[in-house]
Write a protein of this length. Structure first.
Length: 330
């Protein structure tokens, strides 16, 4: 049996409904585009009967079941081990391929052999563009206001593309909601770095691709509707902790110890300011604003996590059944 054109890997963690819809979008686009697809679902210890439901709905999908949440990078690498497609596509469970996306990715790789990693135009459910590209993180991108950076250097710091455009957009890195890598590139740079539990693993992969002589780009003709955080809403604070933890690991690996320390100190100051401002807005709204109550709860927990030395037991990586909540009723 010949190898499929695409191996599509989805990492599921208690998001059965989202994952089923994502797989259906892959199946529909594959049929319309006339390309063969291998679907691989790596389940990270779900407790919502996800694996059984996926097997029932899509019996040809390969389902790998982990006994606990191993994190995104380790789960993807398990899927990569059994993948056989010429092209590998990582798809978030809250993302949907629009018709023609697979054909666009295949054609772009064939026509531009130096491109090793591709993304598509990410869209909100209402069709408006989302951020889909990003410069490599540095102290400025992480500590300075994004709007201000775009004013001074719009070419470098613009993060959206025009959906449907035929012009490829080269970028340092792409947002990982739909991340496409050719087999040759994967063979050259290796799997995801499993030190990243959640977030920044794809950014690191893009950096390694550029370092190895490959290009990274977005093909705006390929459109992907992305729920942007739908899969992580039930664990919002835990996900935010993992974002900060992974960002520090990325900096330590790619920017060095001194810049990592500066990032930590800058983040601590920013969180302290946000703590005061969100607390003030919560008081001014007499505690009736859900937005400011939630913002205060998130920021206060992140600030406490930093002050306490970034304990591993907080967040998703520690696998703790419970962890300290700061201002739980805020």
């Amino acid at each position: 049996m010949s190898a499929p054109v695409f191996s599509v890997i989805l990492v599921n963690w208690n998001t059965a409904e989202l994952t089923l819809a994502a797989i259906e979008s892959v199946r529909a686009d594959a049929g319309a585009s006339g390309v063969s697809v291998q679907v691989i679902v790596v389940d990270n210890g779900s407790v919502d009967d996800s694996a059984a439901r996926i097997r029932t709905a899509f019996p040809q999908a390969q389902v790998i079941e982990n006994d606990r949440n191993l994190g995104f990078a380790r789960a993807v690498n398990k899927g990569l081990e059994v993948s056989s497609g010429e092209i590998v596509l990582l798809l978030n469970t809250d993302a949907r391929l629009e018709a023609g996306a697979l054909a666009t990715f295949k054609r772009t790789f064939e026509q531009t052999p130096r491109i090793g990693i591709l993304g598509g135009a990410l869209l909100d459910p209402d069709g408006s563009p989302q951020n889909c590209i990003a410069p490599f993180p540095n102290l400025a991108t992480e500590l300075v206001n994004k709007s201000l950076l775009r004013i001074f250097n719009p070419t470098k710091h613009t993060r959206k593309v025009e959906p449907g455009s035929k012009d490829l957009v080269r970028a340092d890195s792409i947002v990982g909601a739909c991340f496409v890598i050719r087999r040759e590139t994967f063979d050259a740079i290796g799997p995801l770095d499993e030190r990243f539990f959640f977030f920044f693993e794809e950014t690191d992969w893009c950096r390694r691709a550029w370092d190895a002589g490959w290009e990274v780009a977005v093909a705006p003709e390929a459109k992907i509707v992305h729920g942007q955080g739908e899969s992580s809403k039930p664990v919002l604070i835990e996900s935010r902790i993992e974002f900060y933890r992974s960002r520090y690991r990325y900096f330590l690996k790619n920017q060095g110890k001194m810049k990592t320390i500066l990032l930590f100190e800058g983040s601590l100051i920013k969180l302290a300011v946000e703590f005061l401002s969100s607390g003030a807005m919560r008081i001014l709204s007499l505690g009736k604003s859900q937005r400011w109550r939630e913002r205060f709860r998130v920021v206060s927990t992140l600030l406490a996590w930093h002050i306490r030395g970034c304990p591993k037991s907080w967040g998703l990586e520690g696998h703790a059944p419970s962890w300290p909540r700061v201002f739980p009723n805020a």
